[in-house]
Design a protein around this ligand. Structure first.
Ligand code: ATP
Ligand code: MN
Length: 429
């Protein structure tokens, strides 16, 4: 734990920054401390059963942690470094009673939207795979399971990298009968519960769903006997309050078993991207490279899209949502994920410096991840990432740093050494 603390106390994580301009906040509280009207809560639920009476105003001490999280979102990050709100926010996700659970439509696998008495909401993804199972090498990335522990580990890794672009996610043991079946108003969901015919003393309940893959009784999710491990990620502000835009990744895979994508065959692919909006201006390209580095470290091949908050136009951070297909394999790295860095040879200075820090023994990436993950409530059931996955992180970090060095070498020969490192620190370096 001391390595993690030392890392977060390091000047690279505590750079002086100008105060956030009011317009850079995603949401505003109504002026003059008027209580937030009940009507603005209509999107949460139209039945008030099980919910607390909400009496919030513009004073942050009256606001529940999920609301403080929403109000803290800015143009460049989801939450501040060493956020005092984080502990209570994650504790409530892990312990607050569940008053409702409904299926979230869309996507390939079952997800639920969970609601809490203080109107907070979370995106629930259930455990589907044991921690020590590796994704079958014959399986295409788009048929892989989503892993609840990957969602949790991705949040921790994103924070350790200093990005703060993934909504906080925690693990929780959920009683599938008491906390889902008995409280859901989603009749279709309730109908998918059944008792396992094969067990004697322990009753196993499964739930399956309506979605495109893995939603049959063969892929039922089983409680043990009723407890099911899951990840709960804080919901972002509803899109009626803060619209988001979804961007197709320029390095998207073909999602076909036979076709290659353009970036896999065209060695000059990045030159075209660099000339194309929004990658031709501002920090979009280096922000995308940040995301690529996160994905390579956790071996996530499924980054087909990313999202931004529409309010900020092109000058904003990228939301790193949907990390369930990360951490599937530890014995192999996937070099193609790093293609954008190799092809564009560009990285933010602040990211590069933090990566170098994480490769030093006193801040070693595997050690700080182990420490960070040990704070999750599911750690007492089993460590969120097995040791081989933690070891893979430091091996992959080395590859990222070698790739940057190779870029610098190549660019030095061409006489344009300045190009690789994008200077986002100015005088601070
Ligand atoms: N924390 C969150 N708060 C609000 N919305 C979210 C959150 N996380 C994800 N979403 C939204 O929910 C949608 C589905 O989530 P996610 O992509 O994780 O599920 P999925 O089943 O993996 O979907 P897909 O199969 O399309 O990849 C996302 O497109 C995103 O817009
Ligand atoms: Mn997905």
């Amino acid at each position: 734990m001391s390595k993690l603390k030392a890392l977060f106390d390091h000047p690279l994580y505590n750079m002086p920054r100008p105060a956030v301009p009011e317009d850079d906040r995603l949401l505003k509280v109504k002026p003059k401390g008027k209580p937030i009207e009940k009507s603005s809560l209509m999107w949460v639920s139209d039945t008030q059963d099980g919910y607390d009476d909400a009496q919030w105003n513009s004073s942050s001490s009256s606001q529940p942690p999920w609301l403080r999280f929403h109000l803290g979102i800015t143009r460049w990050e989801l939450y501040p470094h060493l956020d005092p709100n984080m502990e209570l926010l994650t504790e409530q996700l892990a312990t607050h009673p569940i008053v409702s659970a409904v299926q979230k439509s869309g996507g390939t696998q079952l997800k639920l939207v969970i609601s809490f008495p203080n109107y907070g909401q979370a995106l629930f993804k259930p455990k589907k795979q044991e921690r020590d199972e590796e994704t079958n090498y014959n399986l295409y990335y788009f048929s892989d399971f989503e892993r609840h522990n990957a969602e949790i580990a991705a949040f921790h890794l994103d924070r350790i990298l200093g990005y703060r672009r993934i909504p906080p996610a925690v693990g929780r043991l959920v009683d599938v009968v008491k906390e889902i079946k008995d409280v859901t108003t989603d009749r279709k969901l309730a109908k998918t519960f059944f008792n396992s015919p094969g067990t004697h003393s322990s009753i196993i309940h499964g739930l399956s769903c309506k979605c495109s893959y893995y939603c049959s009784t063969e892929h039922a999710l089983c409680g043990n006997p009723r407890d099911l491990e899951a990840s709960l990620a804080v919901m972002l502000p509803d899109v009626s309050l803060a619209k988001r835009r979804s961007w197709r990744s320029p390095w998207r895979r073909s999602y076909s078993r036979s076709k290659l994508a353009k970036w896999e065959t065209d060695p000059n692919y990045c030159a075209t991207v660099k000339k194309t909006a929004p990658y031709d201006k501002g920090t979009r390209l280096v922000d995308f490279i940040d995301l690529v580095i996160l994905d390579f470290l956790m071996s996530n091949m499924d980054r087909h899209h990313y999202e931004t908050f529409e309010k900020y136009g092109n000058n904003t951070f990228l939301l790193h949502l949907d990390n369930g297909r990360a951490f599937g394999r530890h014995s192999k790295d996937e070099p193609s994920i790093l293609a954008p860095l190799r092809q564009c040879c560009r990285i933010r200075r602040s990211t590069w410096l933090r990566l170098r820090l994480l490769s030093l023994p006193q801040y070693h990436i595997s050690d700080v991840m182990r420490a960070s993950l040990s704070q999750d409530p599911l750690h007492k059931v089993a460590p969120l990432l097995s040791e081989p996955h933690l070891a893979a992180l430091s091996r992959r970090l080395k590859t990222v740093l070698e790739t940057v060095s190779r870029c610098q070498e190549q660019h030095k020969d061409g006489g344009w050494g300045e190009d690789v490192i994008y200077d986002d620190l100015g005088d601070l370096k």
